[in-house]
Design a protein around this ligand. Structure first.
Ligand SMILES: CC(C)(COP(=O)(O)OP(=O)(O)OC[C@H]1O[C@@H](n2cnc3c(N)ncnc32)[C@H](O)[C@@H]1OP(=O)(O)O)[C@@H](O)C(=O)NCCC(=O)NCCS
Length: 171
């Protein structure tokens, strides 16, 4: 198994589902978060926290007794942040069919030092065309987030300045 990837599997139990047998979305999201945490924790070799979840999609229902397999793979790294592609496949254990894609999302995890401050992570080795493409896509999401955050800060500053002007009107 590569250093940037982990896989976890679990059979869904009645306590995780509604009375009709559908597994709660939050139960699967928790498994996804745990998988993203484990992949990032192993890659960074330090504490990590979830900062963001992008493009979470539920593609098909998951039922009691299904086998859920969650794959978490680091696809992009910034300085202290790592984007983890998390995919969930579901398999009916009573049938011979192939596992099917049930959920997908991108988790942004941030590595922290002993003082809980962001710390840098190693560069990602991109040894396949697929890995290079996934990295580029991750970089676009990373830059879009940075741009949104910058614009948000500017709006907040303008609002604060406007409030200050209202409180301290010029004579
Ligand atoms: C994530 C956290 C550590 C970032 O701290 P910060 O002081 O804002 O740090 P910075 O602004 O220096 O950002 C550090 C990195 O995190 C990334 N980041 C911060 N907030 C982010 C967000 N909302 N989405 C995506 N990335 C984010 C930054 O882009 C930066 O990445 P880079 O180092 O690769 O360039 C802080 O916001 C935090 O602790 N959040 C709560 C996390 C948590 O408790 N999660 C579990 C919830 S129960």
């Amino acid at each position: 198994m590569p250093q940037n990837k982990i896989v976890i599997s679990e059979v869904m139990m009645p306590s995780q589902a509604n009375p009709n047998g559908n597994v709660h979305g939050g139960e699967i999201m928790k498994i996804m978060d745990s998988a993203a945490y484990a992949a990032a924790r192993k890659y960074a070799r330090s504490n990590v926290v979830t900062a963001r979840v992008d493009e979470l999609e539920f593609h098909m229902p998951i039922l009691i007794g299904d086998l859920v397999t969650c794959t978490a793979e680091i696809v992009f790294v910034g300085h202290s942040s790592m984007e983890v592609a998390v995919n969930v496949e579901v398999e009916d254990l009573d049938e011979e069919g192939r596992p099917q894609r049930a959920l997908s999302a991108y988790f942004t995890m941030v590595a922290l030092d002993r003082n809980s401050r962001p710390k840098s992570v190693p560069p990602l080795i991109l040894d396949t065309e697929e890995a290079r493409t996934a990295f580029e896509e991750g970089r676009l999401r990373y830059e879009a987030h940075k741009e949104r955050k910058k614009q948000q800060r500017e709006v907040e500053k303008r609002r604060a300045d406007a409030k200050k002007t209202l409180r301290e009107p010029e004579n």
